[in-house]
Design a protein around this ligand. Structure first.
Ligand code: ATP
Ligand code: MG
Length: 409
């Protein structure tokens, strides 16, 4: 299998998500702090501990974006992208003040996809299928598993929160300090505590699944059936709540066991209230974001690191006249064959040393110019992996290369 290039990933994403929110045009790296605290939530890890916030010259609080959804929704509202259902994607650096370690950086990169205006779980399934397809392309599908949960409507979650707090308050002393604090601030996050004492208490806790509203429960069931039909296995993880306030109904994570504690490579869910909350007309939304550094690490861990892209042709030229011709002809070839990767030798050197480089480049063929070829208006096409070399008139080079490229693919 050929490793997908960045361009292949972009093409895949744009096929399913045609409108590209250009990061420079409308997804700035810096937003009003308030945008993040209102959408992600005041008492979440990201807003409480992880944002890079600063005051600008007017005393307004700005923050480096810790994630893409809030800015995407803001931009989509302001640019009137939400009048009809639409699918958007973006990519770029995100910033979080965290302890740097393997798979956890303070500046990392996400690719995210968001779909607006679709209320049913079929779009959740499509987003999940899109990510599953990416894992196959990247050769990591056997190392990731899909964990799914429904966190219901805000009302259902409110009722569940009360039940959970009532139960946990009785066992307060057995909870870890962080969870005791969260009892007042963000009790649902206690569900994904890793503390053994807290986990033991949670064994007997009321279950979120029992408190779901009918619509969320029905949508969750339908999502499961759609994924089954698409052959995408999943695990229902009733403790999956995600750390951001804007989610409702479906939440999901793609998780690997190969990266230790930094095991989540992609996460997302539904956020049906966010557009209205940020001032737009009520529009359902759902999306995910994947962490590129973790995907790269996982590929390395699995030994599927991308091979360096070899050029299609390496251009060798010995002597000044040959160099001039080679440069001009390489440009003409690039015009004639836009898809061809043409690597022209730079820096001079003997025929032997240039041919060594040509060989090392991994290109299947070299184009070789010496004084003789220049004088004759010809060039030598030299296969580097066996086969006879040919001397060709210049006009015949582009068709010959095109043929070699089709054979190679
Ligand atoms: P974690 O639980 O690992 O802190 P998260 O829940 O904070 O992850 P999200 O906010 O959902 O992560 O971000 C989506 C994805 O972005 C994560 O699954 C991960 O792949 C990546 N990611 C998040 N924070 C970092 C970071 N500091 N460094 C590298 N990748 C990150
Ligand atoms: Mg985090």
């Amino acid at each position: 299998m050929k490793a997908p290039s960045g361009a292949a990933l972009s093409a895949l994403a744009s096929e399913s998500f045609p409108k590209f929110v250009q990061s420079k045009a409308c997804l700035p790296l810096v937003e009003q702090t308030d945008l993040f605290s209102r959408s992600i939530g005041e008492v979440t890890d990201i807003v409480e501990k992880e944002m890079y916030s600063f005051e600008d010259r007017h005393g307004d609080s700005l923050s480096l974006r810790p994630e893409g959804t809030a800015g995407c929704v803001r931009a989509a509202i302001q640019q009137n992208l939400l009048a009809t259902p639409c699918r958007l994607w973006y990519g770029g650096p995100m910033f979080r003040y965290e302890r740097p370690q393997k798979g956890r950086q303070r500046q990392f990169h996400q690719v995210g996809a968001e779909a607006f205006g679709f209320a049913g779980p079929d779009i959740d399934a499509e987003l999940i299928a899109l990510s599953a397809r990416l894992w196959r392309l990247l050769g990591i599908d056997s190392a990731v598993r899909l964990e799914l949960n429904s966190i219901g409507s805000p009302e259902a979650r409110g009722r569940y929160r009360e039940a959970l707090v009532a139960y946990l308050a009785v066992h307060r002393e057995a909870l870890d300090a962080d969870s005791q604090r969260r009892l007042e601030t963000n009790p649902l996050r206690i569900l994904d505590s890793k503390d053994p004492g807290t986990r033991a208490v949670l064994e007997g806790a009321p279950s979120l699944a029992d408190h779901l509203d009918d619509e969320s429960a029905a949508d969750f069931e339908r999502l499961g059936m759609l994924l089954d039909a698409a052959g995408i296995p999943f695990v229902h993880n009733p403790r999956l709540v995600r750390g951001l306030d804007y989610y409702n109904k479906t939440v999901f994570e793609w998780v690997t066991d190969a990266l230790g504690a930094q095991g989540t490579v992609c996460a997302g869910g539904r956020y049906d209230g966010l557009v209205a909350q940020l001032g737009g007309r009520a529009t359902p939304g759902v999306g995910f974001a994947m962490g590129l550094e973790r995907l790269v690490l996982l590929r390395a861990e699995l030994g599927v690191a991308a091979p360096a892209a070899a050029p299609d042709v390496y251009v060798v030229a010995v002597g000044e006249a040959a160099e001039r011709t080679a440069l001009a002809e390489s440009e003409r070839l690039r015009d004639a064959l836009p898809a061809a990767r043409i690597l022209r030798h730079a820096g001079g050197g003997s025929f032997k040393s240039q041919m060594k480089k040509a060989d090392k480049s991994g290109a299947p063929v070299a184009l070789v110019w010496g004084e003789d070829e220049v004088a004759a208006g010809e060039v030598v096409l030299k296969p580097l992996r066996g086969g006879e070399q040919r001397r060709l008139p210049l006009a015949a080079v582009a068709p010959a290369l095109a043929e070699i490229m089709t054979q190679g693919h």
